[in-house]
Write a protein that binds this ligand. Sequence first.
Ligand code: ITT
Ligand code: NA
Length: 205
Amino acid sequence: PEVLIATRNAGKVKEFVPMFEAKGIAVKSLLDYPELPDIVEDGDTFAANALIKARTIAERLGVPVVADDSGLCVDRLGGAPGVYSARYAGEPSNDAANNRKLLEELAKVEADAALQDGSDARGLSPARFVCAMALVDAEGRVVAEAEGACEGVIIGEPRGERGFGYDPLFYIPELGQTMAELTLEAKNERSHRGQAIRRLWEALS
Ligand code: ITT
Ligand code: NA
């Protein structure tokens, strides 16, 4: 069997491949369909956007589709960048620019807090990665939905070369490593995406 994942994000595809292969399922993605137009993700939530992506592609290609909508939510930024994580620093989506923007926005909030009450808000900033996944059938009807989340803190300097997106700034105190320092297997065991996929399997079994 084979599943189509409605993503153009090569970092996501790399993580999906071993998790689906472990179930004997081959993975295709939108990287195999460069001619398809970009999907307009205008939902207010990760779950809504995952469904939009899955349905758009199922209706277009007439096959069952899995989609992932995910992002980083930072408490001190009121949950930003949230559903805007991919384009936080503007178009086109750029991981390095997004990471710089995240550190700039946190520095502003921390400076404001220090000015207002002299408080020191420079401690590490709590954050979580969130992933919503949707599986739809060839007609675009929902078969299963699942979410996963992973807690950490934002550090002031990038660490690690693996992963993608905000991984180098996302530190997991329990592991003493950033998400970008974890092997692919260790990230899948821990991550919002790994959890969401395992919950999707459970919902299907
Ligand atoms: P597709 O819509 O084609 O799947 P995308 O990158 O635009 O690709 P999203 O809309 O779900 O996907 O946005 C996800 C963004 O959130 C991604 O670009 C990263 O900036 C961030 N993100 C999500 N999961 C992440 C992870 O595991 N590690 C680091 N950053 C992550
Ligand atoms: Na999105």
